[in-house]
Design a protein around this ligand. Structure first.
Ligand SMILES: *[C@@H]1O[C@H](CO)[C@@H](O)[C@H](O)[C@H]1NC(C)=O
Ligand SMILES: *[C@@H]1O[C@H](CO)[C@@H](O)[C@H](O)[C@H]1NC(C)=O
Ligand SMILES: *[C@@H]1O[C@H](CO)[C@@H](O)[C@H](O)[C@H]1NC(C)=O
Ligand SMILES: *[C@@H]1O[C@H](CO)[C@@H](O)[C@H](O)[C@H]1NC(C)=O
Ligand SMILES: *[C@@H]1O[C@H](CO)[C@@H](O)[C@H](O)[C@H]1NC(C)=O
Length: 308
């Protein structure tokens, strides 16, 4: 079921479409990387790094934002996907990463639930384990199903669905579209990377295959929407996908009414290894601000309301 159906027919580069200027909010002094982020109802960012078991927070509205520690997960060396599955309650992937093998240590992967609703320090609970997981990466919610999250295993090349209340885990999809090409391709051996459920479809990126694709949640055929070095992404209220793109840009996929999807590069500044993106949420202006993490240790804000 690997139907390559390129919908991206329009080449609009050079047609004078808007590009945006990212504003640097924070840079780690030592360049250590950021992997993913979530935006809290308070506008504060929650930020993960694959090289630290600590969840960080940053106030993007502060004049000089600082990176502060929120919570450190036990028996982990790094964190990856994070998603708010109930108001101010987050699912977060923690694991012991084997940096040599670029894989998680077998049996170390835990999906935690971190609850901020009581105010003050969050409470943490192990919500699910995936013993067979080899490198759990992106994480997303399932709209309409507040107990479910989906997670991408980049090495197994599978999308898992997890119930964060019961801990039940099942594979949603594992086929040619989600698996890595294999050891013959340049390392690391990463297939499916970011994933999000939107309007009944599972959207995902695949690192080695360099694709952005979607598949219906039930018995569907994979449809490839675009090609590039894509990482994690987010949707806006108009159903457009904003995709972190290596080595240094941001790609916007806009669905037109006739079914065509337009792909454009929309930043005019080179970012240092974009890894994920999430919109602000408090107020009309904030919801147009796209926050991004990078592997070069940057947090940037892209104001998508204007454009140059
Ligand atoms: C690099 O900076 C981050 C964020 O400031 C910090 O958490 C981490 O411990 C630092 N890493 C090293 C190796 O100093
Ligand atoms: C960490 O792992 C060790 C060894 O498996 C275990 O004994 C310990 O209870 C774990 N710690 C926590 C806080 O889970
Ligand atoms: C990490 O990976 C290397 C290379 O595959 C392997 O030799 C080593 O045993 C692994 N370490 C752990 C803790 O799994
Ligand atoms: C999906 O496919 C499986 C296996 O072919 C089949 O058993 C199942 O009934 C299908 N489900 C739907 C909703 O079509
Ligand atoms: C859809 O609309 C766009 C913009 O008007 C047009 O360029 C494109 O050819 C159309 N695609 C199809 C399949 O009709």
């Amino acid at each position: 079921m690997w139907l390559v159906n390129f919908l991206v027919l329009l080449e609009l580069a050079g047609c004078g479409l808007a590009t945006f200027t990212p504003q640097l909010l924070f840079q780690t002094p030592n360049g250590s990387s950021f992997e993913n982020l979530a935006v809290r109802p308070s506008s504060q960012l929650l930020i993960t790094s694959t090289v630290s078991p600590t969840l960080f927070t940053l106030d993007p509205t502060a004049a000089n934002p600082t990176l502060d520690e929120v919570f450190t997960f036990p028996n982990a060396s790094g964190l990856s996907g994070i998603a708010e599955y109930r108001p101010d309650v987050y699912a977060i992937i923690a694991a012991e990463r084997n940096a040599t093998a670029v894989m998680d240590v077998p049996g170390s992967v835990v999906i935690w639930s971190l609850d901020f609703t009581a105010g003050g320090a969050p409470t943490a609970r192990r919500a699910a384990r995936i013993p067979q997981s080899m490198l759990l990466n992106g994480l997303g919610t399932v709209p309409g199903h507040p107990d479910l999250v989906v997670a991408a295993d980049s090495v197994l090349g599978a999308a898992f669905e997890m119930n964060v209340r019961t801990g039940a885990v099942r594979i949603l999809i594992q086929d040619e579209a989600t698996t890595p090409i294999g050891p013959s391709a340049p390392a690391p051996v990463l297939g499916i990377n970011g994933l999000h459920v939107h309007a009944g479809l599972l959207y995902f990126t695949n690192s080695q295959r360099q694709t952005f694709a979607r598949v219906p949640l039930v018995n569907g055929t994979v449809e490839v929407l675009g090609s590039g070095e894509f990482d994690d992404f987010t949707f806006d209220s108009e159903g457009r996908a904003w995709v972190a793109t290596n080595p240094g840009s941001l790609t916007l996929f806009t669905p037109l009414k006739n079914g065509t999807i337009v792909e454009e590069t929309v930043v005019n500044t080179v970012l240092n290894g974009p890894s994920s993106a999430a919109f602000g949420r408090d107020g009309a202006r904030e919801t147009k601000i796209l926050y991004m993490t990078t592997r070069g240790g940057q947090i940037v804000a892209v104001d998508t309301s204007g454009g140059d």
